[in-house]
Design a protein around this ligand. Structure first.
Ligand SMILES: [Zn+2]
Length: 452
C-alpha cells in the first residue's frame, strides 16, 4: 500500500529537462524534474520524488525550461505599423502619415492587440505590459489568450492629434479623461488573478507637471505601477527642458513619480545624474534595445548598470521575441563597452528578461524565476534543434543562437497556453486574419496600400 500522505501529487510534471532557473542559487539543473500543483511550482530538483502521482507527465530530454519572460512595455495595437514605422525614424505616435491610435476603432484595436499579444505569448512572454488606446477592449481581448497582463490606458494630457505636427497642446479634459479611464480599468480588473493594471503616463513631454502630480497621487493611493517613456527622444529632452527647465527624470522626481513603482521606458537620453537619481529612488529602467537600435540609438545600459538601476527588457512596437531581445541587449552593451568582460554575460540579459521585469512590476515574489512556491509560469524550448546543440552551456546557446520560435510550450499558473508551438485557447489563423483586415482598413484610410 502506498502511503498517500507523503506522495506528492502534481497536475503536471516535467521530467529530464535542462532547467535554466534565473535563480543565482542554482542557475542550471540538468535532468530537472519540475512538478506543478494548483498553479504553483511544488517540486524542482535534479530528480523526481521517489513516489508521485501526476495527472500529466511530460518527458523533455534535450529541452530547456526557463521562467516565462516578462515583457514590460509594448503597444500591441501598433502591429498595424509593422514593417513600416521602424524605417521612418521615430515613434509612431509622433510620425505623420501613418495610422494613429486615435484612428483605430474598438474592433480594429481588439484584432490588432490579439495579434501582438499572441506573438509575444508564442515566443515565451508570460507577462505583457501593454498600453495604448482602447485598453478596455484590448485587455478583454488579450485576457482570452491566458497570459498575464499589465495593461494600461495611454495616459496623457497632450492632444496627440496635434503632436505629430509639432504642437504640444495640453488639455485638462484630455488628462482627466485618460487618467479616469486608467483608474476605471484598474477597478474593473482588480480581482482578476492574471491582470495587474498600471498607469502608463505616456511621457514627461506629453504630460504637464500638474497632471503628473495627479498620476503620482493615483499611483500612491491605489499602489499602482507607473509606466512611462523616459529619455526616449531628443524631442522629449528639448521639449521638457524648454517647458520645465530640467530633465525628465528631475521632473518625475519633483512630481512624486520617481520611486520603486516607476518603470521608465527606453532611457536613451539620461545622464549619469539621472541614473543616480533613478537608482537611489529604486525606479526601474525598461531597456528596449532593438527598437532603439533600429532608430539609430542606444540606451547607455553600461552606465545604468554601474549606477545600480534595475533593468527590465521590452519589445515595444517591434516583434515580440524576448530571446532575440536578450541578444540585442547583450551586444549593444558590449558595443558601448568596447570589450567582452564579466559585466555583460548571458546571465545578465537573462536576468533582465525575467527577474528584472518581475521586480519592475512589483511581482518578484510571484514570478520571474523557477523556484519552489512561485507561480508555475514557464517556457519550454525544443533545444534538440541543430542551432541549439551541443548543450555545453545551455544559457549561452539560448542567448546567442536561440529564437522565440524555438518555444514549444508556454505555461502560466500551471495552465498550458501554448503546446507544440500553437496556442491552446485561440485559433491562430483567425487571429492573424482579423488583424490583417484591421491593418488594411487603417492603411487604406491613410491612402497607402503597401500590400499591393
Ligand atoms: Zn512605448
Amino acid at each position: 500500500m502506498t502511503d498517500l500522505t507523503d506522495t506528492p501529487t502534481f497536475d503536471l510534471l516535467l521530467l529530464d529537462a535542462i532547467a535554466l532557473t534565473a535563480d543565482p542559487a542554482q542557475p542550471e539543473i540538468r535532468g530537472a524534474a519540475i512538478g506543478i500543483a494548483n498553479g504553483r511550482i511544488t517540486w524542482l530538483a535534479a530528480q523526481p520524488p521517489e513516489r508521485y502521482e501526476a495527472t500529466r507527465v511530460l518527458r523533455l530530454p534535450g529541452h530547456f525550461v526557463t521562467p516565462g519572460f516578462v515583457n514590460t512595455h509594448a503597444h500591441s495595437i501598433l502591429t498595424m505599423v509593422r514593417g513600416v514605422a521602424a524605417d521612418l525614424g521615430f515613434a509612431p505616435s509622433y510620425t505623420p502619415g501613418i495610422p494613429k491610435g486615435t484612428q483605430v476603432n474598438p474592433d480594429q484595436a481588439r484584432a490588432l492587440a490579439r495579434l501582438g499579444a499572441l506573438e509575444a505569448l508564442l515566443f515565451g512572454s508570460t507577462v505583457l505590459g501593454d498600453n495604448f488606446v482602447h485598453a478596455d477592449v484590448t485587455t478583454e481581448a488579450m485576457v482570452e489568450l491566458g497570459m498575464r497582463l499589465a495593461p494600461s490606458w495611454r495616459i496623457h494630457d497632450v492632444d496627440f492629434a496635434r503632436v505629430a505636427h509639432g504642437d504640444w497642446h495640453h488639455s485638462a479634459d484630455i488628462g482627466n479623461a485618460t487618467l479616469q479611464a486608467g483608474l476605471d480599468l484598474h477597478a474593473r480588473w482588480a480581482a482578476h488573478p492574471r491582470v495587474r493594471v498600471n498607469l502608463a503616463a505616456h511621457a514627461v513631454d506629453t504630460c504637464s507637471e500638474g497632471f503628473l502630480r495627479e498620476v503620482a497621487a493615483a499611483s500612491q493611493q491605489h499602489g499602482l505601477v507607473v509606466s512611462t517613456h523616459l529619455g526616449q527622444s531628443q524631442v522629449e529632452v528639448d521639449r521638457v527642458l524648454a517647458r520645465c527647465g530640467r530633465s525628465s527624470t528631475e521632473v518625475l522626481a519633483d512630481t512624486g513619480l520617481l520611486n520603486e513603482r516607476l518603470m521608465g521606458g527606453h532611457c536613451i537620453y539620461v545622464t549619469p545624474e539621472d541614473a543616480a537619481r533613478m537608482a537611489a529612488a529604486g525606479a526601474h529602467a525598461v531597456h528596449i534595445p532593438k527598437c532603439n537600435a533600429t532608430s539609430g540609438r542606444l540606451a547607455p545600459t553600461p552606465m545604468l548598470k554601474r549606477a545600480g538601476v534595475n533593468m527590465a527588457l521590452a519589445t515595444d512596437t517591434q516583434h515580440g521575441d524576448m530571446v532575440e531581445l536578450m541578444r540585442w541587449a547583450l551586444v549593444t552593451a558590449r558595443v558601448q563597452e568596447g570589450r567582452v568582460d564579466d559585466s555583460w554575460q548571458p546571465r545578465d540579459v537573462f536576468h533582465m528578461a525575467t527577474m528584472g521585469g518581475a521586480k519592475a512590476l512589483g511581482m518578484a515574489d510571484e514570478i520571474g524565476s523557477l523556484a519552489l512556491g512561485k507561480a508555475a509560469d514557464l517556457v519550454v524550448f525544443d533545444a534538440n534543434r541543430p542551432h541549439l546543440r551541443p548543450h555545453v552551456n545551455p544559457l549561452g546557446n539560448l542567448v546567442h543562437t536561440g529564437q522565440g520560435r524555438d518555444v514549444s510550450m508556454v505555461v502560466v499558473d500551471g495552465e498550458i497556453l501554448v503546446e507544440n508551438g500553437r496556442p491552446t485557447r485561440v485559433d491562430m489563423d483567425a487571429v492573424c486574419a482579423e488583424a490583417e483586415e484591421a491593418a488594411r482598413a487603417l492603411w487604406a484610410a491613410e491612402g497607402k496600400r503597401y500590400w499591393l
